[in-house]
Ligand binder design. Sequence first.
Ligand SMILES: [Fe+2]
Length: 151
Amino acid sequence: MSAIYGLSQQPFHTDCASWPRPPRMLSLHCIEGGFEEVSTDILVFDWGAVERATAVNLKEVVWPFQCQSKRAVYGTILQRLPEIGWRVRFDPTLLRVACNGLEKELCSLGRTDSIVLQSGHWLIIDNYRTLHRRSRVGESKSRRVRRCYWG
Ligand SMILES: [Fe+2]
């Protein structure tokens, strides 16, 4: 994601959305926070609103998620899984078709929490039940975050 957006704000996304089975959890360990405030935004879904949503493009349209020259993985953005309920899979940079407005629709189904990580902080993110993004990073080159996946 950073390779595409550089220091600009990222869109909300699922990490590794083009994998057949994306990692369930990820952690961000802030090694060095830098001098400017950079927030990590988490889109926390209202599952009742998701249940009631009638958006065909989120629940019924099967989208191709494709990373560069690898084979695409096909799936819906919102999918009900027996073991966890609704799972979200979304990354506008991997959708090989026009997807304008999808992020706004997803944002309408929940609220956004913002967290500013300081040096030493760990943030654990549920990669199936939330979406996340990083705000714009200033010119500070000292921000370093270690990412880890599991599950
Ligand atoms: Fe990410």
